[in-house]
Design a binder for this molecule. Sequence first.
Ligand SMILES: Nc1ncnc2c1ncn2[C@@H]1O[C@H](COP(=O)(O)OP(=O)(O)OP(=O)(O)O)[C@@H](O)[C@H]1O
Ligand SMILES: NC(=O)c1ccc[n+]([C@@H]2O[C@H](COP(=O)(O)O)[C@@H](O)[C@H]2O)c1
Length: 408
Amino acid sequence: MHSTKVVLLACGSFNPPTNMHLRMFEIARDHLHRLGNYVVIGGLISPTHDSYGKSGLESSTHRLEMLRLAVLTSNWVKVSDWECRQDNWSRTRLVLQHHQNTLNSLLNSNNLNNINEDDLKWIPENIRKECTGPVQVKLLCGGDLLESFAVPNLWHEEDIAAIVGQHGLVVITRENSNPLKFIYESDLLTRYMANIIIVTEWIRNEISSTRIRRALRRSESVKYLIPDIVINYIHTNGLYGSKAEKYIEFPPLQQSTIFLTPSPSDVVIESTSPVSNSCAAICGAALFNPQSINNNNKNLSIDTVDNILNNSLKRPGQAVKVITEESGKHKVIRNNMGEVCDVKKKQISASKSCTDFNVSTKEQNKEHLHASESYMDLKASKNCDENLIKFIFTNHGIQVISDFETIV
Ligand SMILES: Nc1ncnc2c1ncn2[C@@H]1O[C@H](COP(=O)(O)OP(=O)(O)OP(=O)(O)O)[C@@H](O)[C@H]1O
Ligand SMILES: NC(=O)c1ccc[n+]([C@@H]2O[C@H](COP(=O)(O)O)[C@@H](O)[C@H]2O)c1
C-alpha cells in the first residue's frame, strides 16, 4: 500500500521548550504509523519570531538555543530558525509553505542553488540523502492551538483553509480542549475533516510553558518537566526570573546515605570497596616511573613505597595498587604494625616501564626482606594494568584483591 511521507512541523513560542513539546512528536508519529497510510520521516520545531508580541516572550536567541539543546536527545526532530531569521512575525501558513517549498526544491533537485544553506540545516540527513518522492509538511499542534482558530481576528480564514486543505493538521488532545466538538462546530474545518488527524493522548500530561515559567519564577523545581540540559541553560542565563536553585545537589557519596538514619547500635564500617580517587596507585606514581627515577638519578627505595602508603592512605578501606613483575611474581610491600623495618637498605632498581620491572631485583633483595614483604604467584601478564593488584587496608589487616582474593 502506498504511504504518504510526512514531516511534522510544530510552531509555537517554546518559551521554554518542555518535555511535552517533544512528546507531541512521538505521540503523533506512533499514531500516524498505526493508521498505516503515513510514514513520518522527520519532525521540525519552528519557534515564533520575537515580534510575535506575547508577553514574557524570551528572545529567539535563547529560545532557539534551548530548543537545540532539547532536541539533542532526538534523532529525528530538528529545529528550524527560519521564522526567527525573518524581519517580522510570519503567519503560520507562510511558515508551512516555506518549509514545504524548500523540501520540494531539495527533493526535485531543481533550485538547490537558490536555497540558503541555513534553510537546509533543519532537513534531516535521511531526507537529504535518500528520500525521493513527495513529502507532505503537516502542522502538528495541541488542541488549544486548533481552538485558537476561533479567536476573532487571530487567523485569516483563507490561511486556515490553506493550512488544513493543503497541508493537513495533526492535533494532540489537551486539557480543556475538545477538537472533535470544535471541528463539528466549524463549517470550514468540517469541510476539510479528512485532513485533520486527532490523536488522543491517553497519558495526560499538562505541562505547559506558562506553568514552567511560573515554577521558575518561584524557584521551584522543574526537573522531569523539561530536559535537564534546558534547566541548566535557564539557570546559567538567569531566564524567566529564575534564581539560584532552591535545592542543592548532594555529592554522590552523601546522596546514597543521606536518607539513612543510623540507629545507635549501628556500627559504621567504611566501605572496603576501593573508590578510584582514594586509591593510591603505586604503579602510576614514582615507584616504577623511569623518568622520575632517571631525573633523580637514584634508585627507588622502599622508603618511597612507605611514603606513598603513609601519605596517601588515610583510612582502612583505601586501596593500593602494586605492580607485579613480568615473571608472574609480585611483591607485596607493607610495614608490619609497629615493626621498624630496616628497609632503607633494600633497593628496588629502576625499571624502564611497569612491565619490564626487573625480576632479578626481587631475587637479589629477597633475603633482606623479612616480614615486610611477601611473595605470591600471579599469572603473567604483559601490560601494566593487567598487572595491577589492589590492596585493601582494613581494620583487620591488608587484603589483596586480584583475580583471586587472599588475606596476607
Ligand atoms: N501539554 C500539551 N499537550 C498537547 N499539546 C501541547 C502541550 N503543550 C504544548 N502543546 C502544543 O505545543 C505547541 C507549542 O506550544 P507553546 O509553545 O504555545 O507551548 P505552551 O505550553 O502552550 O505555551 P504557553 O503556556 O506559553 O501558552 C502548541 O501547538 C501547543 O498546543
Ligand atoms: N494567523 C496566524 O497564522 C497565527 C495566529 C496566531 C498564532 N499563530 C502561531 O501559532 C503559534 C501559537 O503559539 P503560542 O501558543 O505560543 O501563542 C505561534 O507559532 C504563532 O506564530 C499564527
